[in-house]
Design a protein around this ligand. Sequence first.
Ligand code: PRX
Length: 635
Amino acid sequence: MSNYHIKHLEEYYQVYRKSIREPENFWEEIAEEHFMWRKKWDKVLSWDFSKPEVKWFEGAKLNITENCIDRHLATRGDKTAILFEPNNPSEEAEHITYYQLYKRVNQFANVLKEQGIKKGDRVCIYLPMIPELAISVLACARIGAIHSVVFAGFSAIALSTRINDSDCNMVITSDGSYRGTKTIDLKGIVDEALESCDGVHTVLVAKRTNSDITMKDGRDHWLTPLLDAASVDCKAEIMDAEDPLFILYTSGSTGKPKGMVHTTAGYMVYTAYTFKNVFQYKEDDIYWCTADIGWITGHSYIVYGPLANGSTTVMFEGVPSYPDFGRFWEIIDKHKINQFYTAPTAIRALAKEGVGLVEKHDLSSLKVLGSVGEPINEEAWHWYNDNIGKKKSPIVDTWWQTETGGIMITPIPFVTPTKPTYATLPFPGIQPALMDENGQEITGNQVDGRLCIKFPWPSMARTIWGNHQRYKDTYFSAFKNQYFTGDGALRDEVGYYRITGRVDDVIIVSGHNLGTAPIEDAVNEHPAVAESAIVGFPHDIKGNALYGYVILKETGKGRDQNNLKMEINQIITEQIGPIAKLDKIQFTSGLPKTRSGKIMRRILRKIACKETDNLGDTSTLLNPEVVQEIMDHSL
Ligand code: PRX
């Protein structure tokens, strides 16, 4: 018997030990007992981190939607699968049962087929948080098409880069989207993006805002009439365990975004198993993750993990501040939410508004609180624990990444004693290692180092779309035979992990991963900019914010600085999206560089963080005099 549901601490340790000693037996038992297979695997695991190549459940045949939908119909057909809460609180919430979801996914899948989409084709989904988003994701999976969801806050240029990188031939979007009081012209953004995407032959458009949009003849189709005409039966495509399920882009410290490729069986098993345990989901619970499906958190813990467990998962279209900062608490009260999963940046923003708005609502349904996306600081942890959980709902501080597919280091609620700011213990099957700068593993407790994972787990990304070498270079080259996370961590006296933050040039702003290089590229596009360097600095709400040091060309020097700053942020918004805007821009005559011409970001970071007491040795710089100038004018 597998230990699918861990209920106390000794059991955790026992399960964990088994998962390390006999990983294949461990995962095989879980896969065997809790999922629906068309054919079982020939081999549980084969792996070689030097290539790197990892295969789980090779030879198995399945369709993930049969696991997320069909197999629940007999016992949960009338249970709500997706509970949609609209942006506007006076619009009625929509309960989509498992049976309705089955029909809607099948209809959508038939529409995809009619439009020429086949197994293995890439479909870009650029939708707001409306039911069509989850349904189109599942419809792709139903027919074996690879979905590539692009967060609907990304700009036209960011969207077209992603469409072209993975050669998508269809885009699914909506006329517009609602975000609080704003209506956003999504279709207009798609139209602009597609000017540079020759491969896209079809655009399917969901109606949401009734905005006045242009439909291009022969390319664009309204979804509703197509869905209405489609059959509610669609046989699931039988997929190999290692067939790609989706591509999801994440920023790297350099270069264009990386299309992380996740495959079918391992991803399903791991997200389902983690969901069950990390949220201690029980049959009639209502679970709500506030992330957007445009990020990995939404893929794994709004769609696949919850549905694989036959859960009720909430999709919220709006923002935490509309109609006021009490919206989250109002929704928890209204739908009697049992598990609530959000990001530290949201907690900090809501904490700032005071407890008055919290106290207006009954939060007594809550059992488990989750946090994800960035380190949760002590103050935010206590505010969440005291005011939302009323000290009775454990906080699961879940550490993981787009690349890991599922939660890796986390407490199990009611099982693992929590400790503020600590993600605590590795989930069964996860073997973390802390490495020193010389590539040696640091053993023992009360140590810190670079966080690696030394053994494969089922939901790890298998490659970067179209660039396996980059996958190897980014994750498997820094430390031999280890997956390198890019994060630093420390391990305390009892073996709990605390994530200390990125050790590369990725900055997490409001829980969003931003690579500095692509933003610098955007800044440098401004005709008056000669060069730029971007670093992070601590921000009360966002966790980190961006600080740009910019050298102007001669032509820019006489210009109004505020206008220049606005224009620079405008270019960033166009190239990437508003999330990447710079909070501070300092114009400078130079940037500190090594003799080989490398920008010394360490110094810039310290100045941005106002930690100028110990800048380290600056005498080896090519231009040490510039450091004083930058300090004198720092913002
Ligand atoms: O630095 C870590 C941080 O977010 C990074 C991964 O970002 P992304 O791929 O966008 O996925 C976010 C959602 C899973 C990590 O490398 N991070 C994520 N969760 C935590 C965290 N840092 C500290 N504590 C966490 N709980």
